[in-house]
Design a protein around this ligand. Structure first.
Ligand code: SF4
Length: 405
């Protein structure tokens, strides 16, 4: 007869938590009760999904005293990796079945990533000069949603985030809230740092990162082993870990963000997804990153021809700066995105797999409308030359070096 082995399936009394989860529980027990209302900022990525499902489990099993209200804010950039977006949809169904309030937070139509680029003509972001995306598609919509929720509530809210820095960083006090560092989710650090200071909600929210100390292996264990078990909530989180590479996930410390993120050096997360036979049909998505790079090239953009006088009468610091996308470039970009989407969805239909939604009909119509209305970003009127036009060089002090000496 084999000796009886205690298992995780023997009732809530026997639930086991490792040290990392115990520390999370302690930090929630310490800070949670001071706030009547809680919110959870959830992006659908691995860290915030682990945070979300763990907090709900701790509430459901009575390890944490429930707040007066709990609101989940799902940050939907419309640029999520399809397997993560699909997993998030499954978890949202579970939330709704349990009567848990979940708000889908999106940027307004004109400010969404692709509408802003292809409709308004603002070039894709890059690391050096123009980094408008995280704030615009993640932080600002979250601030807005929180402000609206706070209007309905009396008192303050504790915003729980999935920021994770790993054990050693926590121990050494090296807490850098940079965006997307060390396999973290883009935007999470910003929530932690910027939300409490944002206009409209300043002074009314506190943030807490209860898995700050978790290592990535803690995240995978929770998503793949514990959370899917009935005793720990039966959450549909395994698909999230799978999206990061199934059995290989433990080794892969993937950064999560938008598909084709122009700021990431490599498309690690997308490549991992495509390496899974089930998701290989999404290979055309590889075309997005080069498209964003191409759209930043001078031939697709306008340029100020000389020193620029700003609205307040001062002179712009960077004469001859490159600016927005030409209409031809925007239409080219639109056709390419639609054809990438079309290819993926044709394969999806053939294989009986989920289709993707890079650009929906409303977004496409809005892009076409903005182009037809000849929309330019502030400070541009379309009369500027394209950036590949040969021209004299104008320096910041107004001196000019003619093109041909
Ligand atoms: S993942 Fe990349 S494109 Fe998306 S918001 Fe973050 S930095 Fe911008």
């Amino acid at each position: 007869m084999t000796a009886h082995q205690p298992t995780l399936f023997e009732g809530s009394k026997r639930l086991v938590y490792d040290e990392a989860i115990e520390m999370t529980l302690q930090s929630m027990q310490a800070y949670g009760p001071a706030h009547e209302h809680w919110g959870i900022a959830w992006s659908g990525g691995k860290d915030s999904s682990a945070t979300l499902t763990l907090i709900l489990h701790l509430l459901e099993t009575g390890r944490l005293a429930p707040p007066k209200s709990l609101t989940i804010f799902y940050a939907d950039t419309r640029q999520e990796l399809p397997p993560l977006a699909i997993a998030a949809a499954a978890i949202m169904q579970q939330l709704s079945a349990r009567g848990i309030r979940c708000e889908v937070v999106r940027a307004p139509l004109d400010k969404r990533f692709l509408v802003y680029i292809l409709g308004r003509g603002v070039p894709p972001p890059n690391n050096n000069t123009l980094r408008w995306c995280t704030r615009q598609i993640k932080v600002d919509p979250m601030t807005q949603a929180l402000a609206e929720r706070l209007d309905e509530l009396a008192g303050n809210i504790l915003m729980i985030t999935g920021v994770r820095q790993g054990e050693s960083a926590v121990r050494d006090g090296r807490i850098a809230m940079s965006c997307g560092k060390d396999g973290a989710e883009c935007g999470q650090g910003w929530y932690q740092q910027m939300l409490p200071q944002s206009k409209g909600i300043r002074g009314r929210i506190a943030t807490l990162a209860p898995i700050l100390h978790w290592r990535v292996c803690n995240v995978w264990d929770w998503l793949r082993i514990y959370a899917p078990m009935r005793e720990y909530g039966g959450w549909a989180t395994a698909a999230i870990a799978d999206a990061y590479g199934g059995d290989e996930a433990t080794e892969i410390n993937a950064r999560t963000g938008c598909i084709g993120c122009p700021l990431a050096s490599k498309e690690k997360a997308l490549e991992t997804v495509l390496a899974t036979p089930d998701w290989a049909y999404l290979a055309p998505l590889r075309g997005l990153k080069p498209l964003y790079r191409e759209l930043r090239e001078p031939r697709h953009r306008l340029r100020k021809s000389g020193v620029e006088l700003l609205k307040d009468g001062s002179i712009a610091a960077n004469p001859q700066r490159m600016g927005p996308l030409t209409f031809a470039a925007r239409l080219m970009g639109l056709e390419r995105v639609l054809s990438i989407q079309g290819e993926c969805n044709a394969a999806a239909a053939r294989l009986g797999r989920p289709s993707i939604d890079l650009l929906n009909a409303e977004e496409e119509a809005r892009i076409r409308q903005l182009i037809a209305a000849e929309t330019w970003p502030d400070g541009w009127d379309g009369g500027e030359p394209t950036a590949d036009t040969p021209m004299d060089t104008v320096f910041a002090d107004g001196s000019v070096q003619p093109l041909f000496l």
